[in-house]
Design a binder for this molecule. Structure first.
Ligand code: HEM
Length: 547
């Protein structure tokens, strides 16, 4: 009798402890309790936000919460979102808050972390130091290799392809075109032009690759957000219920495809070592060789002098491949999304004056595609910046982990004494829609980058977050700006585009925001060559006059 009473008391106490820990403490006493909740269940359950993430509908849901509740909101018992520069992205991202497991769970190529996923500061900054210079603006703008790559890809592939499309007069899928073009650009710089993929020359293969690549994305939710449950299901033989088996096969195929380019790049490096000269600049694997030699230097310093170099190269092979895979995929995915939304906006009837203004500006170049000159064109820059603002390709959450005793939130909303290991995030989507900084934020309006005064521009730059900020900011931002500007110049200097079907141009609501598409179509465009149009117009005028 005594035993059963003791058991009953123990049970009641346990239930009280659970209720206190799961319900009373998070609602009333947690330092997070002062933060308005995005959903009534957020203080004691992550179900609401996890469900939004599973459906890739998080970005708009969090944005809506910020509109209703202000610049700091609670998304779950241990999760918050900030939407301000001061007390927000400056504190979290420039303040070096760590990344946590979220990145590691999803970005782990060949079982090895690339820089993007490295949670700790020391390893990450060592890797970033190895790579920053090769992507620096000054390096890229003065690179003969980049210049030749640009001219080759524009003059030998893009322009002839557009001319063919214009002649046929049929609508074409511009999302595929931009995926191929952006991939060829980044791969040529990373691996060397001759070693890179040439998807522009193999459009069907490219389109298949891009569809497979994208189709995997919705399943990333499980290992990324629910790693323990996913591991349990897979150990129980039920993993297929969450992530179909073709996803693993598609991942392996991508890894093998990329290793192929690494092996070709390795041959180029070896040959140069044997022959004592590099060969054509554009064929040199700029990024691959930079990381390879930095890692080799590091392993030589750590190992005994009699360890053969070949062995050390082999040891680093997958670490280099993991990093290169990340750059190649990050580079093509984001740039192609940006270019597709840019083409879409420019080709809508009410924006046709922007297409004309851009073309007039590009005509002043007289065919030059010099990177520095392109970078100084104000209308081109304004159109691209406005697209990155309004259609940021990574508009979604970029989670970090609080240190102990953190204070977060804009002035008047600051919350102090936050415990360590709270997941805190910001999102470009919301930062880019602050009406005090970007008036009429839901309008795509490049003029804001041309007509604002110095003070307004400074404020716009502070809130502009397409490439992130702080130590984990995008390492490829300069390459992206350079290749996107070159591609835009290659198209709109000589061609006019009209959107035929843009019903699919709605952003996915997850971390990356590719267009969702409709009936298998994304951004169907008609292309016309200006020279041909002018000739036609002259002919019509001549016929009229002679009648
Ligand atoms: C329009 C083009 C691009 C956009 C908008 C973009 C955006 C971003 C953003 C927002 C981040 C931070 C993400 C986070 O912390 O969650 C990032 C990181 C990164 N990006 Fe980009 N990116 C672009 C192009 C590129 C290109 C061309 C490359 C490579 C050649 C690249 C490679 C990387 C890498 C390696 C990181 C991780 C940096 C680090 O951890 O220090 N990106 N990018």
């Amino acid at each position: 009798m005594a035993t059963s009473t003791t058991l009953l008391i123990a049970e009641i106490l346990s239930i009280c402890v659970v209720i206190y820990g799961w319900v009373i403490f998070p609602i009333l006493f947690s330092p997070l309790a002062k933060i308005p909740s995005a959903h009534w269940s957020a203080p004691f359950s992550s179900f609401w936000i996890l469900n939004k993430r599973r459906k890739q509908a998080e970005t708009l849901a969090v944005h809506d919460a910020h509109l209703r509740l202000g610049p700091i909101v609670r998304l779950g018992p241990n999760e918050i979102s900030v939407n301000s520069v001061d007390g927000g992205i400056r504190t979290v991202y420039a303040g070096g808050y760590q990344k946590g497991d979220w990145y590691l769970n999803a970005f782990n190529n060949y079982g090895i972390m690339p820089m993007f996923a490295m949670p700790d500061h020391a390893n990450h900054s060592q890797r970033k130091r190895m790579l920053s210079n090769i992507y620096a603006k000054s390096t890229l703008q003065s690179s003969k290799a980049m210049d030749t790559i640009t001219h080759t890809l524009l003059n030998d592939t893009l322009v002839p392809k557009l001319r063919g499309m214009a002649k046929k007069g049929e609508a074409v899928e511009f999302y595929d075109l931009f995926c191929a073009m952006a991939m060829d650009f980044v791969a040529a710089y990373v691996f060397g032009l001759k070693n890179a993929c040439h998807f522009m020359d193999q459009p069907d293969m490219g389109a298949r690759f891009f569809r497979d690549y994208k189709a995997r994305q919705e399943f990333v939710f499980w290992p990324q957000e629910m790693p323990l449950f996913t591991s349990f299901m897979s150990k129980s033989g039920l993993g297929n219920l969450l992530v179909p088996s073709w996803v693993a096969k598609a991942n392996n195929d991508i890894e093998s495809w990329l290793i192929g380019m690494c092996d070709k790049a390795e041959q180029t490096v070896r040959q140069a070592e044997l022959e004592g000269e590099k060969g054509p600049e554009e064929d040199w694997p700029n990024v691959y060789s930079r990381l390879r030699s930095s890692l080799l230097k590091e392993s030589k310093a750590k190992s005994a002098s009699d360890v053969p170099v070949d062995y050390q190269v082999q040891v680093n092979r997958l670490a280099v491949a993991s990093e290169m895979l990340d750059h190649t995929l990050a580079g093509f995915d984001t740039s192609s999304i940006t270019l597709t939304f840019l083409a879409y906006e420019l080709s809508l009837p009410h924006n046709s004056h922007w297409q004309d203004k851009l073309r007039a500006e590009l005509k002043t170049l007289d065919g030059s595609r010099d990177a520095k000159t392109l970078d100084n064109l104000p209308i081109l820059h304004a159109i691209l910046m406005e697209t990155l603002r309004y259609h940021a390709p990574i508009p979604g959450n970029q989670p970090r982990i609080t240190p102990s005793d953190a204070t977060l939130g804009a002035e008047g909303h600051a919350v102090s004494g936050l415990p360590p290991d709270v997941r805190v995030q910001a999102q470009a989507w919301s930062l880019h829609r602050n009406p005090e900084v970007f008036p009429e934020p839901e309008t795509w309006n490049p003029a804001r980058w041309l007509e604002s005064n110095e003070e307004q521009l400074k404020e716009m730059q502070r809130w502009f977050w397409a490439f992130g900020s702080g130590g984990r900011m995008c390492v490829g931002s300069n390459l992206a700006m350079l290749d996107m500007k070159a591609i835009i110049a290659g198209i709109w200097a000589d061609f006019r585009t009209t959107c035929v079907d843009g019903r699919g141009m709605v952003h996915n609501g997850g971390y990356v925001a590719e267009p969702v598409g409709k009936d298998g179509k994304y951004c169907m465009m008609k292309v016309e060559e200006i020279e041909v149009l002018v000739k036609k117009e002259r002919m019509v005028g001549y016929v009229r006059e002679t009648r």
